[in-house]
Write a protein that binds this ligand. Structure first.
Ligand code: GNR
Ligand code: NI
Length: 172
């Protein structure tokens, strides 16, 4: 396991369509383990492969609030099966845009199929923060950031802030 650097927006690697995992093998497990460690260290409730410069269709998440019984989920080749008509608004953040938050409206529930770290097929219904997070992470695998759900003005304001932050980080 190792901590991986998290890419910051704007970065062309965050805009790419990720490719399906062909076989869930030792390399996949190594990446997933490092992503889980990186997510908890950040800390965040989710992390998608492109954020750590991988183009595999993998994300990890853990929206449990207690620190003791961590139950990280690894979702490989996730697909949306269905979404609820009911919508939910969450103030979303992203580790690739640190300290920037904005309301995003998404389906309140989402059913997803995916492979786990043992290559076993799952079909799960997510609700609340789990559903918001799962959709935010799946977006990452398609090169979409939460700011892409906002107005052009908000998106350009947040991108400008990030360009400034990245310049400051490069100088320090
Ligand atoms: O840590 C995170 N918090 C969060 C809060 C509301 C909606 C989505 C998220 S995901 C984010 C971590 C992240 O950037 N995942 O890609
Ligand atoms: Ni994110």
């Amino acid at each position: 396991m190792s901590l991986l650097p998290i890419l910051l927006h704007p970065d062309p690697r965050l805009k790419k369509l990720c490719v399906p995992v062909q076989s869930v093998d030792a390399e996949t497990r190594k990446l997933a383990d490092s992503m889980i460690e990186t997510m908890y260290d950040a800390p965040g409730v989710g992390l998608a492969a492109p954020q750590v410069a991988s183009d595999a269709r993998i994300f990890v998440m853990d929206c449990t609030d207690s620190e003791s019984d961590n139950q990280p989920l690894v979702l490989i080749n996730p697909e949306i099966i269905s979404v609820s008509e009911e919508l939910n608004t969450y103030s979303e953040g992203c580790l690739s845009l640190p300290d920037l938050f904005e309301d995003v409206e998404r389906p309140k529930q989402v059913r997803m199929s995916f492979l786990d770290i043992d290559g076993k097929q799952h079909n799960e219904l997510f609700d609340g923060l789990w559903a918001t997070c799962a959709q935010h992470e799946l977006d990452h695998l398609n090169g979409v950031l939460f700011i892409d759900h906002l107005s052009r003005m908000k998106r350009s304001m947040m991108t400008k802030k990030m360009v400034k932050l990245k310049k400051e980080l490069a100088l320090s």
